[in-house]
Design a protein around this ligand. Structure first.
Ligand SMILES: C[S@@+](CC[C@H](N)C(=O)[O-])C[C@H]1O[C@@H](n2cnc3c(N)ncnc32)[C@H](O)[C@@H]1O
Length: 308
């Protein structure tokens, strides 16, 4: 990677950090974005992911976070791309009024930078993740509103983004007052809700909808088939990570609050077409093709767009 791409350099070698197992899952998505960018036909083309990865000492992380099967990369990058598309639609529909974006569980993802060309001065962008992740992120990635915004690969000249990075658990009630309540809010949650219990997930959505005048939520879900058999998942073998909130019908999510309604559902099965589980990541290990014969496999992964 050439100098001047905005990712922070270090004289002291890769950063050593101890993360909790669920925090480590952000290495899986970063790994997939880096592999995608290096592939002949990138889906997302995140040219900074490899440099961020190189800056972290990954020796203490679970080796399962770095799978060699490219179907994980496909799953993760088509997910990010679809969510980016929905974000762009929202940003384009609200160019003439103040809006806020809340990117929950941002990990080490550069979505704010990817979408900066769609963000005018009307946008207040807030990235949030757990405190350990946020402190690592601060050491690696400059804020998009700082002087050293990585512009190459995205657009030539971009206005500074009104940006904040919050370190807190999404399930804490404390940070809600930091979110503007008087303007439309775009909530993005990629790879978060499956790790929360249904009670935590519904309480979070309810809190957000109650707090803000109007908005949109874009998020991914995993089906009950994955939460039921989460202990079979090779990704989480030897770790305490479990998927807890299984959703087979997006209307279940909409029922969190009377003002929340489901606008669109995209099945991973349609984004990654293939006979049985041939294109899906082998999330249930060698048994994945067998599980894929069950009717409930249809909703093993979904992307939802909701409004309120
Ligand atoms: C699979 S990673 C996804 C990260 C990022 N969205 C991406 O696509 O690269 C899951 C992320 O959820 C975060 N996370 C898990 N539980 C959380 C919570 N209660 N509050 C905030 N973030 C949480 C983890 O720290 C981690 O960054």
């Amino acid at each position: 990677m050439e100098p001047g791409d905005g990712i922070k350099d270090s004289a002291s070698g890769p950063i050593r950090v101890k993360l909790s197992p669920v925090e480590e899952t952000m290495m899986l998505t970063l790994w997939s974005r880096a592999r995608d960018a290096a592939s002949p036909k990138p889906v997302l083309g995140d040219v900074h992911a490899q440099k961020i990865l190189d800056r972290v000492d990954t020796a203490s992380f679970s080796p399962t976070m770095f799978p060699g099967d490219s179907r994980y990369d496909d799953y993760i990058t088509v997910r990010a791309k679809q969510l980016d598309e929905w974000c762009k639609t929202f940003l384009e529909a609200h160019t003439h009024e103040p809006i806020a974006v809340l990117h929950l569980a941002c990990g080490l993802d550069l979505r704010a930078m990817r979408l900066q060309p769609w963000c005018g001065e009307n946008v207040h962008w807030i990235d949030l993740d757990r405190p350990e992740v946020v402190s690592l992120r601060r050491r690696l990635i400059p804020d998009p509103n700082s002087a050293a915004v990585p512009r190459r690969g995205y657009a030539e000249v971009l206005p500074p983004l009104n940006y904040r990075l919050l370190g807190a658990s999404a399930t804490d009630e404390s940070w809600i007052e930091e979110i503007p309540h008087d303007r439309p809010l775009l909530v993005i949650a990629e790879g978060l809700f499956p790790y929360l219990t249904p009670e935590e997930g519904t309480a979070l959505l309810r809190r957000l909808v109650k707090h803000v005048v109007s908005g949109c939520v874009v998020m991914d879900t995993v089906g009950k088939i994955l939460t039921r058999y989460t202990s079979f998942m090779p990704l989480f073998r030897g770790t305490s990570v479990r998927m807890k909130w299984g959703v087979d019908d997006g209307e279940e999510v909409a029922r969190c609050h009377p003002r929340l309604y489901l606008v669109e559902t995209v099945l991973f099965r349609d984004l990654l077409p293939g006979m049985f589980a041939s294109a899906a990541p082998p999330c249930l290990g060698v048994l994945t093709p067998v599980f894929s014969l069950l009717p409930s496999w249809r909703t093993y992964g979904q992307l939802l767009r909701l409004e309120f």
